[in-house]
Design a protein around this ligand. Structure first.
Ligand code: CS2
Length: 431
């Protein structure tokens, strides 16, 4: 079968050039910002930088950076015009970041990317290079699931600026570089070998890096830009993203994480599989109601929509993917509710699911940068103390009774008995 490339697709991309630098070449970027930019048309093209994997760079180059996104149909996307590797192509990345023609940087580097990873260092030195080259204004947009992601990114970049002239670079960053906060939403599981076969069947061409995504997508951006951005049709520009951010992080991502840990305890592999279980849908509604109770406004329709989205059998979103990096995800997804909500029996249950997943002898396939420290918490005299240590390690809000309320669920979860615990759902008043 022929490979996807210039000669096999019918897309005119000649007028696109790299005016956006993107860091993080995973499936999510390819199905989200790259799709919005595709619709923005010429001259908008993306130079996409992979921080670690050379495989995705090689694969994209071999197909002239074209790839497919499958939602209700399979379409070729042509907005990525250059694929780069952060280490191997450092000079080109620096050149692009200094170029006046580049007016936007976007990032999908996951929560852990903001904690001393290589991207922030490269971005900070690239921006310092831009300053020295004349300092054309630019907008730098975090597209990761964090509260105030623009502020988090700005702080991380400022802390990474070093060397002589630091003060002048910092002053320029404050004046000429905008870091809007954003809320991104689209469920896009990591691509599997099965996806490659399905894409090839749909397209009649081989695509080594296809993406499968749900039809839904959303992008809300704080309306502060320093330079020209593409006409991202369908994106929403608002003065303050907070309400969207709370809804998305606490309801969608919060429920996702809860389903990941509890579903894994019950022996499931994907979100759609959990939704098919006897407790899955009820749990989404119950957990949604619990988290929504601490937020202004009516979130009922949003939660109903989540049930539909999570149920989608075409999306095999693995629990091990969602449950990974819990030590960084939970503070964003659960701790706001923990602080703000009154009764939260389902969140306590979810915390027990997470605690169980951190036990050293439990095999979940989930990874975490704090895995060793989390495992060490279990060298405690009893479950309550272990949970107390776990919660402290990840910075949960102080609550003396919480460890006990969480630990009491552990025996049932260890026995894989999640359905038994769903009486909590009805006692919470949700159907
Ligand atoms: C998921 C998210 O993997 C995860 O942690 O919760 O990737 C989720 O699918 C997206 O944020 C949806 O917009």
């Amino acid at each position: 079968m022929k490979r996807l490339s210039w000669s096999t697709v019918d897309i005119d991309r000649a007028g696109r050039r790299p005016k956006i630098v993107h860091f993080g070449l995973g499936a999510f970027h390819r199905a989200h910002q790259a799709v919005y930019t595709e619709a923005a048309g010429e001259p908008w093209g993306i130079a996409a930088v992979a921080p670690r994997s050379t495989d995705v760079v090689t694969a994209l180059r071999e197909q002239d950076c074209f790839y497919t996104v499958t939602d209700t149909t399979t379409r070729v996307v042509g907005s990525i015009v250059e694929a780069l590797h952060l280490g191997n192509d450092a000079a080109r990345v620096g050149e692009l970041l200094a170029s006046e023609d580049v007016t936007v940087v976007t990032l999908t580097i996951t929560e852990k990317g903001y904690r001393g990873g290589p991207v922030i260092g490269a971005l900070a030195s690239g921006l310092a290079g831009r300053f020295r080259r004349g300092g054309a204004p630019i907008t730098v947009i975090s597209c990761d699931n964090m509260t105030g992601n623009g502020r988090v990114l700005e702080r991380a970049v400022r802390e990474s600026v070093t060397g002589p002239g630091r003060d002048r670079v910092l002053a320029w960053l404050a004046e000429s570089v905008a870091f809007p906060s954003t809320v991104v939403d689209r469920i896009v599981p990591a691509t599997s070998p099965e996806h490659r076969a399905r894409a090839a069947e749909a397209l009649g061409l081989d695509d080594a890096v296809p993406v499968f995504a749900e039809p839904y997508r959303q992008w809300v951006l704080e309306d502060v830009f320093a330079a020209e951005i593409p006409p991202w049709d369908g994106a929403r520009f608002v003065p303050d993203v907070t309400p969207f951010e709370q809804q998305k992080l606490r309801l969608l991502n919060g429920t996702h994480s809860a389903l990941a840990y509890l579903g894994s305890a019950a022996g499931h592999e994907t979100i759609a599989e959990v939704l098919e279980s006897q407790w899955g849908e009820r749990f989404v509604r119950g957990f949604g109601a619990e988290a929504a109770a601490a937020l202004p406004g009516d979130h009922g329709p949003y939660v109903e929509q989540l049930v539909e989205r999570f149920r989608n059998p075409d999306i095999r979103h693995r629990l091990s993917q969602i449950g990974s990096d819990g030590s960084l995800k939970l503070p964003e997804r659960w701790f706001g509710t923990l602080r703000d909500a009154g009764g939260k029996p389902l969140l306590e249950l979810a915390l027990a699911g997470w605690a169980r997943a951190t036990e050293p002898d439990v095999k979940t396939g989930m990874t975490d940068p704090l895995a060793e420290e989390l495992a060490t918490c279990w060298r405690a005299p009893d479950d309550v103390e272990a949970v107390r240590r776990l919660l402290r390690l990840v910075g949960a809000p102080d609550d003396v009774t919480l460890p006990k309320s969480v630990a009491r669920h552990l025996p049932a979860l260890r026995a894989g008995r999640v359905e038994f615990l769903t009486h909590l759902i009805t006692s919470n008043g949700a159907q």
